[in-house]
Design a protein around this ligand. Structure first.
Ligand SMILES: Nc1nc2c(c(=O)[nH]1)N=C([C@H](O)[C@H](O)COP(=O)(O)OP(=O)(O)OP(=O)(O)O)CN2
Ligand SMILES: [Zn+2]
Length: 137
């Protein structure tokens, strides 16, 4: 059997792919015991990972271009150059922003796996879809 035949007969190969984005937003953390209770801004780095079978026709889990389009439409457009306290229905900590992103993408991006959000170059949060409460958003 050729390598190609073996590949075609094993369509269960799984891979994770990640697309990276940046957006600039302001926020404040009410009741925070320090300077972060005041309005301030971050350049967030967002990593969106999906995990699924590698399609034997395309050789892809999902086209990076399609992933980029979905995240730009449903996340970046809503958060970039915005005051996050006005967008999120809860305190916009890094944890909650990542959860909001996860919930917002859950029904839009097939086989969404993980959201990783860097608030500063030294602080980040990871949220797995399986750990986030599903919503009717
Ligand atoms: N668990 C969390 N802790 C903090 C959050 C958060 O979202 N989740 N947010 C803040 C502030 O908004 C801000 O991000 C400050 O973060 P910090 O890492 O302290 O930023 P620094 O620039 O001081 O980082 P250093 O690399 O240590 O200089 C606070 N905490
Ligand atoms: Zn902050």
């Amino acid at each position: 059997m050729t390598e190609r035949m073996k590949y075609l007969l094993a369509p269960q190969n799984i891979a994770s792919i990640t697309k990276v984005f940046t957006f600039n937003s302001a926020h404040s953390l009410p009741n925070y015991p320090g300077h972060c209770k005041n309005v301030h801004g971050h350049t967030y780095r967002l990593e969106v990972t999906i995990r699924g079978p590698v399609n034997t026709e395309t050789g892809m889990v999902m086209d990076f271009y399609d992933l980029k389009s979905l995240v730009k439409e449903h996340i970046i457009k809503k958060l970039d150059h915005c005051y996050l306290n006005d967008v999120l229905p809860y305190i916009p900590t890094a944890e909650n922003i990542a959860i909001w992103i996860c919930r917002s993408l859950q029904n839009k991006v097939p086989t969404l796996y993980k959201i990783k959000l860097w608030e500063t170059p030294t602080s980040c949060v990871e949220v797995y879809v399986t750990d986030v409460q599903t919503s009717s958003m």
